[in-house]
Design a binder for this molecule. Structure first.
Ligand code: SF4
Ligand code: SF4
Length: 91
């Protein structure tokens, strides 16, 4: 299957994140280029230039814990370090 076909276009990985001591925390703030109606990137072809911090999805990157635990790219990965989502219960 084509690598990008795995994505279900939910747009959640385009929300700002904070890395605190190796644990990724999601915020409820979307990237300025995420279209809230379609959940698609409005600058996809040139995202590296328009938003230098945008992380390309590749097998090495998806294993790092940037994607929500139920994202199709990471479902089934052993020991996936899932990020903390903004609606998660406080510990
Ligand atoms: S979280 Fe996963 S399925 Fe959703 S847009 Fe990002 S890569 Fe695609
Ligand atoms: S620039 Fe990157 S983070 Fe922002 S909407 Fe596009 S793909 Fe998502």
């Amino acid at each position: 299957m084509d690598w990008e076909a795995v994505c279900c276009r939910c747009g959640r990985c385009c929300y700002e994140k904070i890395d605190f001591e190796g644990q990724i925390y999601y915020t409820d703030i979307p990237c300025q280029f995420l279209d809230p109606a379609s959940n698609l990137c409005q600058v996809y072809a040139e995202r590296d230039i328009r938003r230098p911090g945008c992380v390309r999805l590749c097998p090495e990157n998806v294993a790092k814990g940037f994607l929500p635990a139920d994202c199709p790219y990471v479902v089934g990965l052993d020991n996936y370090p899932a990020p903390i989502m903004p609606d998660a219960d406080e510990p």
